[in-house]
Design a protein around this ligand. Structure first.
Ligand code: VGL
Ligand code: ZN
Length: 204
């Protein structure tokens, strides 16, 4: 139907094996995502897109290690290895991703002082990316989310999609997670409780 869109989250080299913030099996989802793209009416991609020295990088906080937490003016923030630096090979979409059909690429995380997991809002939870307005103006009210990582950018995007009034499905078989301190379990529960439809066609 014409009111549905597939949103492919951060299927970039740095989140795939060999990348700077590799998600286990991140590249395995590419064939299935391509299949979903082929069948979708509308396709939107997100691209994690950080300037060098971004505040979410552990390297920007002397003495801090990746995968630890830090207090930012907008709340707690996980620190990451340097990744998805604007224009780097790591920031490119996976070379096997059939992205040409995408009608929109939303870049996020480009403000030096704020990280952005969600496709809709930065991590201050108030700065919008413009995606909700774009989708509404296009008459799209139903979303399927796939990509990386299940428990960070996919989950935050799905929770915001629900709060913005979109009927939202996450295809878990077309996602892979980071799973930091139980984050996968936590975020699966949060999504289910919020009304996100969690589908896993591997289990069908
Ligand atoms: C992501 C951590 C940092 C993601 C992006 O795409 O899930 N995770 N930047
Ligand atoms: Zn990032």
């Amino acid at each position: 139907m014409a009111d549905e869109a597939l949103v492919v989250i951060d299927l970039q080299n740095d989140f795939c094996p060999g990348g700077a913030l590799a998600v286990a099996g991140g590249d395995e989802i590419v064939p299935l995502v391509n299949d979903l793209i082929r069948h979708a009416d509308h396709v939107v991609l997100t691209q994690d897109w950080h300037p060098a020295g971004h505040s979410s990088f552990a390297s920007s906080h002397p003495g801090s290690q990746p995968f630890t937490m830090i207090d930012m003016p907008y709340g707690q923030q996980t620190l990451w290895p340097d990744h998805c630096i604007q224009g780097s090979l790591g920031s490119d979409f996976h070379s096997g991703l059939a992205w040409t059909k995408a009608e929109l690429v939303i870049r996020k995380g480009f403000r030096p002082a704020i990280d952005s997991y969600s496709a809709f809002f930065e991590n201050d939870r108030t700065t919008p990316t413009g995606l909700a307005g774009y989708l509404r103006e296009r008459g799209i009210d139903t979303l399927t989310l796939v990509g990386l990582a299940t428990d960070f950018c996919v989950a935050f995007s799905a929770l915001d999609a629900i709060s913005q009034g979109f009927k939202t499905t996450v295809r878990l078989d077309a996602c892979r997670g980071i799973d930091l301190n139980g984050s996968l379990e936590t975020m699966l529960h949060r999504m289910r409780d919020a009304g996100v439809a969690l589908e896993d066609h591997v289990l069908d």
